[in-house]
Design a protein around this ligand. Structure first.
Ligand SMILES: [Fe+2]
Ligand SMILES: [Fe+2]
Length: 387
């Protein structure tokens, strides 16, 4: 097991050595220029617990070609708090051989067992009573390549369920929402809704690469997961000549419309009840998971709110911290200024890394850290640091 993990760095624990040696997967690598023209290295490093911004300010010519994105590296450096988040100033960096790696340390994965999840999905499909829909889903899930990828694929590159097994976890979660929702509305065909749930994101198994870091495949970039899913359905239906044409069109429509709006990539709005339900349940599940992950992975050392999430278009309240602060305040244990109003959490501006010669310290106008505006502005100026 590797140590330390990304989420252990930057904790303000007395006696903790700010100089660390740790191993990570390189999620991004950029060569940037300081104001004086010298180059520096800007990296995003990650492991299964999250990501860490890292900079190497000097002597990068010695190390810049030692590794690339998606390599495993060992780094030695100084952990500091910068803009309320941990940042690593790299002193040295080496590429690691794959033989030294325990992959489970570097890739986030579902907390649920993939085989258990797969058995649950197969059970849901077996429970369908419409023979055509059941036949289509069984043909799809009996495909060995589909089955292997469906067990492993994330549901997204970044936004929600972005971990191995995430697609399956997401689909099962939406199935669990779909059953009582279908029972609640008598006009809804539960089999059709569940078919839409199982197939709506199935194209992601080919849209994304997930052997190392998560990225879009060539087909993913060019076609997107809805078009890929339609191809997959067409491929399976060639072996099911009795499948009714009208039912096929409904299934295809559910796949195409599940993002709900044209500007979110669906070429059609959902036009019948099962399609509308699929869209809202899918959206609900992805937002709830996005919010959970945002709170759990937020690295800000102070304040009650997470960084701004472009996906959710808001900051999210860290309820436990908020309530703990309220409780302390109620006891009068600390000066009220130590408990700023929600969303206005102040923190002493952390000094930028000491060894950052020639790099602008920040914009001349520096909004309060932790405010929504500050987060949005930082994101616009330094998008890599905030996402
Ligand atoms: Fe989707
Ligand atoms: Fe989805």
């Amino acid at each position: 097991m590797k140590a330390p993990y990304a989420n252990e760095l930057g904790r303000n624990e007395p006696g903790r050595n700010p100089i660390v040696t740790a191993s990570f997967l390189v999620h991004s690598k950029e060569i940037r220029q300081k104001k004086n023209g010298d180059e520096y290295l800007s990296l995003t490093l990650g492991d299964r617990t999250g990501e860490l911004d890292a900079k190497m300010w000097d002597n990068i010519s010695e190390v810049r070609d030692r590794f690339e994105r998606d390599d495993f590296v060992k780094v030695k450096g100084l952990v500091q708090i910068f803009h309320n988040r941990p940042q690593l100033t790299i002193h040295n960096i080496w590429r690691m051989d794959d033989g030294e790696i325990d992959y489970a340390d570097y890739f986030p994965c579902s907390r649920r067992n993939p085989e258990e999840m797969w058995t649950e999905l197969r059970g849901i499909v077996a429970s369908l009573t419409n023979p055509h829909l059941k036949g289509l889903l069984e043909a799809m899930l009996d495909d060995e390549d589909v089955a292997a990828r469906y067990r492993r694929a994330p549901a997204a590159k970044q936004i929600h369920h972005a971990f191995l097994g995430g697609l399956l976890e997401h689909v099962l979660s939406v199935c669990a929402l779909a059953r009582p929702a279908a029972a609640h509305y008598p006009q809804v065909d539960a089999d059709l809704l569940l078919t839409g749930v199982v197939l709506h994101d199935i194209g992601k198994i080919y849209e994304l690469n997930y052997e190392r870091g998560f990225s879009y495949s060539g087909a993913g970039q060019l076609l997107g997961h809805m078009s890929i899913a339609l191809r997959m359905v067409a491929d399976k239906l060639r072996g099911l000549p009795e499948f009714p044409d009208g039912l096929r069109t409904l299934v295809e429509h559910m796949i195409l419309s599940h993002h709900g709006r044209l500007e979110f990539g669906s070429p059609k709005l959902p036009l019948f009840p099962e399609a509308v339900l699929l869209h809202y349940l899918d959206d609900l599940d992805s937002k709830m998971e996005c919010m959970r992950a945002l709170i759990e992975n937020d690295r800000q050392v102070e304040g009650c709110f997470t960084t701004f999430s472009p996906a959710l278009e808001r900051q999210v309240l860290k309820k436990d911290r908020f309530l703990a602060g309220e409780a302390e305040g109620a006891q009068g244990a600390r000066h009220p200024a130590a408990h700023p109003a929600a969303g206005e959490a102040e923190s002493a501006p952390a000094a930028p890394p000491a060894a950052a010669p020639g790099v602008a310290a920040g914009p001349p106008f520096s909004p309060r850290l932790g405010s929504p505006f500050a987060d949005k502005l930082k994101q616009a100026l330094h998008p890599r640091q905030e996402t």
